[in-house]
Design a protein around this ligand. Structure first.
Ligand code: SF4
Length: 347
């Protein structure tokens, strides 16, 4: 018999089938259970109304069905919706719904807190408590999808792993969550609409290549030489820019997926034309299709500010002149705590 504390969503379909058969139920009942826990996103066994009461009682005796719950929600004037979710063991993580004309994007977390301590990031100031399980990541997406349908009348079109935590340090759960999100018996989303953003873990970038993943990869570069990057992202000590360039080329060779660079502009730190030159040099060494230049959303405990409009324009113009495919991304949800980690920090 299974332990009563076992999470049923951590079982594969074949394992549910063998459990169901041991109970003397028909094998197809397992498929029904599987549909309830993934496709229909049931949060209690009692919701599984096409199963007999006795069968549901057995499930409740032998398993638990924990799920993420929405703990707080903030609505920005620009349409961005930020939510704080509570895990079954009382931890807080964040997810953000970002609507635009063409797409509704969910920004999701992969860990509770983060161990990488990037200096500009609110989550970097929250110790990593634990990884999120794949069903918890799935729940984040499901809850944000519910919000998207309820508020904007349409489903999520895109998912970015840019919330709390470093997704490649929770490798197995992130990949399994994406497998469930993209599976026809899960949410059926296209992997091409999912972007995993990493602070740069070279070994795991290579592992993604070996796994021949179909989703997109973004590197949070944020500084284009090792000395500066070390200052704001301690992970650069063990994963320097050259090692990342090599890993990204390996990833591309294995998957043929082009890479996106993320680059937050910080005033008087990485916003000069010399910085732009260094960024261009890295861009030329990697099969990158895009550089997202991101407007900084200041947080209380970091020293950084955002550059003036003129400096941003000059930086963008310089990239354009050098034929870099760059896009300026305005910061969203400034009137709420939309910078990653700010809302969870409040909790
Ligand atoms: S930017 Fe990402 S990797 Fe860096 S501390 Fe924040 S959550 Fe962690």
């Amino acid at each position: 018999m299974k332990s009563a504390s076992q999470n049923i969503r951590h079982l594969e379909l074949a394992e549910i089938e063998s459990y169901v058969e041991k109970l003397g139920e028909k094998k197809f009942r397992a498929k029904q259970v599987y549909e309830w826990i993934w496709l229909k996103q049931a949060r209690h066994f009692d919701e599984m109304t096409n199963l007999s009461k006795d069968f549901r009682a057995n499930l409740g005796r032998d398993f638990v069905l924990p799920s993420l719950a929405t703990d707080a929600t903030q609505y920005s004037d620009d349409g961005t919706v930020k939510s704080r979710f509570k895990t079954h063991d009382g931890h807080l993580v964040e997810g953000v719904l970002i609507p635009t004309d063409k797409r509704n994007t969910a920004c999701v977390s992969s860990q509770i807190g983060c161990s990488l301590s990037c200096k500009f990031c609110a989550t970097g100031y929250i110790d990593r408590k634990r990884n999120l399980d794949y069903d918890e990541i799935y729940d984040e997406v499901a809850l944000l999808n519910e919000q998207s349908e309820k508020i904007y009348g349409k489903k999520l079109s895109n998912i970015v792993f840019m919330g709390m935590g470093e997704p490649l340090l929770n490798y197995k759960n992130v990949l399994k969550a994406i497998e469930r999100i993209t599976s026809p018996d899960g949410m059926g989303m296209s992997p091409r609409r999912i972007t995993v953003s990493t602070a740069g873990v070279a070994k795991q970038i290579r592992a993604l290549g070996d796994s021949k993943v179909k989703f997109k990869l973004a590197l949070s570069l944020h500084a284009a030489n090792d000395a500066k990057r070390h200052e704001i992202m301690p992970i650069n000590d063990s994963n320097n820019i050259q090692s990342l360039i090599e890993a990204l080329n390996y990833f591309y060779k294995q998957t043929k997926n082009e890479i996106t660079f993320e680059y937050i502009l910080f005033n008087e730190f990485n916003d000069s034309l010399k910085d732009a030159d260094e960024l261009i040099r890295i861009y030329r060494q990697v099969p990158a299709d895009l550089v997202n230049i991101i407007e900084y959303n200041p947080i209380a405990f970091a020293k950084f500010t955002k550059p003036s409009e003129e400096k941003v324009d000059a930086f963008m113009a310089y990239l354009e002149k050098h034929k870099v495919n760059a896009r300026l991304r305005r910061s969203r949800g400034k009137d709420i705590d939309a910078a990653c980690g700010q809302l969870a920090n409040k909790g």
